[in-house]
Design a protein around this ligand. Structure first.
Ligand code: UDP
Length: 333
């Protein structure tokens, strides 16, 4: 069978990295993306881009029918936790309902493999210990619930039909393609490293630290930041496992150790020069510490991360941010 992959959300941050990685190793790639938060210039030249909503099931069905696809990598979705609290039904629509339609199209067209972009938000509040996959699933936001529902649908569909899947639960994804081809370009991003590098290039005045009274070593929250290139590498390994006839799998993706907000911002200062910081109140819903136990991905996928280095993550994110700035200046002049 041809190694031909439909990448949903392939014009977005993580999806575009996956599209590049697949093209790099010789898979055929078709991207479906409605370009609501993604950009066509992040898509590899060798991939076909279909500008459409994955909720357009007629379009998806006709793409998949006789399209020769052996896999779907599903990245399209909404990802802002507070937004999901304010507007839950649009999250269930975008993340759950549309995924249901996509899975049904896959089953009907006989696409045998499905790799799904999930999240550590399916676990909800966790203690300070690394979180393994058998931790009880108690999402605390509509975002986490909307993703968990898709995990459940996939598992049930796989039991009933000729389908195997990889579910990958992301911790804090950051950084950019070391080759400089793509990176986090979403407008109004809220993630720590993205916000910090935006401050470093002067796109923002500074950064607010959301709380320093947590039960952690320096009082700020601890997260497991994983380089997007390592994250994407695990997706390709998961796909290979399925293509080789391996069983479906659900695995965490993180490095198994964390950094505090202050440590991250110190690294940004070291790499880019000091940025302005202000101390603010806690952000509602933030847990003190969230770190992955990602031993399963290493064990089952033979995943060997190459970019477990916070300085390198920040350098790549900063290089991309500077690129975006130059690009912006070029297009606005
Ligand atoms: N954070 C912060 N200032 C910001 C953005 C984030 O202090 O401008 C903190 C946030 O409170 C959390 C950590 O950085 O403790 C990581 O937040 P992010 O939104 O990047 O990821 P999350 O862990 O919420 O998915």
């Amino acid at each position: 069978m041809t190694k031909r992959v439909l990448v949903t959300g392939g014009a977005g941050y993580i999806g575009s990295h996956a599209a590049h990685a697949l093209v790099d190793r010789g898979d055929e790639v078709v991207i479906i993306d409605r370009l609501s938060t993604g950009f066509d210039w992040l898509v590899p030249a060798a991939a076909d881009l279909v500008v459409a909503d994955i909720g357009d099931t007629e379009r998806v069905a006709s793409l998949l029918q006789d399209g020769g696809f052996d896999a779907i990598m599903h990245f399209a979705g909404s990802i802002v936790v507070p937004e999901s609290v304010a507007d839950p039904l649009s999250y269930y629509e975008n993340n759950t309902v549309k995924s249901r339609g996509l899975i049904e199209c896959a089953v009907r067209a006989g696409v045998p493999h499905f790799v799904f972009s999930s999240t550590a938000a399916v676990y909800g509040s966790v203690g300070s210990e690394p979180v393994a996959e058998d931790t009880p699933l108690r999402p605390e936001s509509p975002y986490g619930s909307s993703k968990l529902m898709t995990e459940i649908m996939l598992a049930d569909a796989a039991r009933a039909h000729d389908l195997t899947y990889g579910v990958l639960r992301y911790f804090n994804v950051a950084g950019a393609d070391p080759a400089g081809r793509t990176g986090q370009s979403t407008k109004g991003a809220t993630h720590l490293i993205k916000v910090a590098v935006e401050a470093a290039v002067g796109k923002r005045e500074g950064i607010e630290i959301f709380g320093e009274d947590y039960q952690t070593a320096d009082g700020t929250c601890v997260r497991d930041y994983i380089h997007v290139t390592d994250l994407v590498a695990a997706h390709l390994l998961a796909l290979d496992r399925l293509r080789d006839g391996g069983d479906s799998l659900t695995a965490n993706l993180g490095y198994g150790h964390g950094f505090s907000v202050k440590e991250v911002l110190q690294t940004v200062d070291d790499v880019a020069g000091p940025i302005r910081k202000t101390m603010g109140p806690r952000r509602p819903g933030d847990a003190a510490s969230i770190v992955a136990d990602a031993s399963k991905a290493r064990r089952e996928l033979n995943w060997q991360p190459q970019h477990d280095d916070l300085t390198g993550i920040v350098e790549d994110a900063l290089r991309w941010e500077r690129h975006l700035q130059t690009r912006n200046e070029a297009t606005t002049n």
